[in-house]
Structure formats: C-alpha cells, structure tokens
Ligand binder design. Structure first.
Ligand SMILES: Cc1cc2nc3c(=O)[nH]c(=O)nc-3n(C[C@H](O)[C@H](O)[C@H](O)COP(=O)(O)O)c2cc1C
Length: 300
C-alpha cells in the first residue's frame, strides 16, 4: 500500500472541489491510501470578506508572516507519505496566509521532509511569483517539487478583477449584474481537473514522478502569459515597499492601508493598461528572454 496526502485550504470551497477531482483517480485505486488534510486557522479569515479585513490581510500575506493553525491529526503526522498533492491559493502575489503558515510550521516540515510534492494552485491569474515563493518554502521543508498545475480564471485580466472582488465580498459565485462572466476557475476546468489526477497517478505508479511535469504540460496544466509575468514582477517590487511601510508603522496602519487601497485601484485601472501597451511595444525586442522565462515558469 502507498500513502498519498491531499492538502488544501479553501474559503469558498473552490480549491476543495479541485482537490476532490484531482484525487478521484487515486481514490479509485486499491493500492493507495488517500488522506485529506484541510488547513484550518485558529482565527479564520472572514468569508465573505469585508473591505477592512481584505486590505488588512495585505502586509502579512505579502511578507509571509505566519499565523496560528489548528493542529494536524496524529495519524497524518505519524504517516510517511509517498506523495503529497498540495493545493493553494494566492493572496497579494504570495501564497495565502494559511498556506505560508502551514509550510513554515514544524508539522509541515515533518510531513514534507524528503517527500515528492505536486503543487496545484487555484487563483485569479497572477500566481507566477507566488509559485517561486512556494518553491523556496518547499525547499526549506526539504520536499521535492515534482509537478505543478495552475488553474486560473480565464476571462480577461480586468474583468476577473471585477468578478473576483465581487465574489470575495458577496461570498456567492454568481454572474455579477447578470452580465459579467462567473468568477474564478470555470466549472468546466474544475470538473476536468480529474485528467491531471489520472496523469499524476500513472506516473506515480510507474515510479516516474521526475518526468511528470512535461506530461502535465501536454494536457495544459500551466499557461504562461508574458504580460502577466511582467505585471507580477513589477507589482512584487512595489508591494515589497508598501508591505514593509505598513507593517513597520503600526500606529498609522489604518491610514496607510487606506492609501494602499487607493494605490491598488490606480495600479490596476491606470498603471496596468500602460504596462500592457509598453509590453506590446517591447515584445519583439524581448522575445528571446520571454521564451526562456516561459520555459522556466512552466517547469518545476
Ligand atoms: C485577500 C485576497 C488576495 C488575493 N490576491 C490574489 C492575487 O494576488 N493573485 C491571484 O491570482 N488571485 C488572488 N486572489 C484570489 C485567490 O487566489 C483565490 O482564487 C480565491 O480567493 C478563491 O480561493 P478559495 O479556494 O480560498 O475560495 C486573492 C484573494 C484574496 C481573498
């Protein structure tokens, strides 16, 4: 018997559903014990979010400051897993607070030590630099990253800002004003994510996990938008300044968060379209770098 651990955190249930679908082929195998572990916080974040809590989560998300988690069960802690399917979401271009808290915990270090891990993210669309941060955290836990699937909202960047914010503040996945598309990872992509589980299982059973990623890529596990990579990298530099400023000025936190809110609005609606136009103009000159980067970010 082999042991597989499925780890996830989800507020809306979206990543929980993805985790269930990806795990299906494993659950159908007689030779594998599948265990689910849902990461839970001592003090949960609100869902739906209110505006204050939403912005208040920014500095600690970006600076990857951990918070207290509910303990992992003894069974999970005392089992040696042959594979971990690790599902996470992105908050402010970083692994969400529950995810970074888990990865930094002693419990995670025990579970993940010397263990192959496949990461599965369910985000809006800006996950590239968060995945780089996950790579560091996995390395620190002595885990081996062997595969990555990035599920995103496929509608245009600015449309998904509107629909996801509406979803986060209402708690309901619905067509905003009746005209906008549904927010988040599409139902079709969620249902079809079982196909990734099939490929993972097949490589796992053949002891061939080191060759997993190209097989996942062949079925569209990761799509890279060079434009979003540019925005993600640029925004990381600016978020770094904001998060430190807010975190260090505890007395002015409320005011600074309000200013950050205004900045974020302008960055999304004014700066990102300008970056887009610049990106179009510089695309031909940067083609070689973009090709190299795309190859790198598709890999593990
Ligand atoms: C506070 C907050 C910040 C977020 N920041 C990002 C982000 O930077 N990039 C991104 O692609 N998605 C972002 N999202 C969307 C999440 O990654 C995720 O898709 C959504 O919260 C649904 O996840 P769930 O399974 O926990 O419900 C953010 C969501 C929240 C609540």
């Amino acid at each position: 018997m082999k042991n597989v651990l499925v780890i996830y955190y989800s507020q809306s249930g979206q990543l929980g559903e993805i985790a269930q679908n990806i795990a299906k082929p494993f659950l159908n195998s007689n030779e594998i014990n599948v265990t689910f572990h849902e990461i839970k916080l001592e003090k949960p974040f609100p869902f739906p979010w209110d505006k204050n809590s939403f912005f208040d989560a920014f500095p600690e998300s970006f600076l990857q400051i951990p918070t207290a988690l509910k303990p992992v069960s003894e069974v999970v802690l005392n089992t040696k897993y042959d594979l971990v399917l690790f599902h996470y979401q992105v908050w402010y271009l970083s692994p969400s607070i529950p995810i970074n808290s888990f990865l930094k915990s002693d419990e995670a270090k025990k579970i993940l030590n010397n263990t192959p891990v496949i990461t599965i993210s369910g985000s809006r669309n800006m996950w590239i630099m968060a995945q780089e941060k996950i790579k560091v955290l996995l390395k620190e836990a002595n885990a081996q990253l062997v595969g990555n699937v990035a599920l995103v909202d496929r509608v245009g960047n600015l449309i998904s800002v509107i629909t996801i914010v509406e979803w986060m503040f209402s708690g309901v996945k619905k067509k905003y004003l009746g005209i906008f598309p549904l927010p988040g990872v599409s139902d079709k992509d969620i249902q079809e994510s079982e196909k990734f589980g099939k490929v993972m299982l097949s490589e796992f059973q053949q002891n061939n996990l080191s060759n997993l990623q190209p097989k996942l890529l062949a079925i569209d596990a990761v799509k890279i938008s060079p434009y979003l990579v540019t925005v993600d990298k640029t925004a990381n530099k600016i978020f770094n300044k904001w998060s430190n400023l807010i975190y260090k000025n505890k007395n002015n936190r409320k005011l600074l968060l309000k200013l950050f809110n205004v900045y974020l609005f302008l960055a999304i609606w004014l700066i990102s379209p300008i970056v887009y136009i610049l990106h179009l103009f510089t695309y031909p000159i940067k083609l070689n770098t973009i090709k190299k980067e795309t190859q790198y970010y598709k890999g593990v």
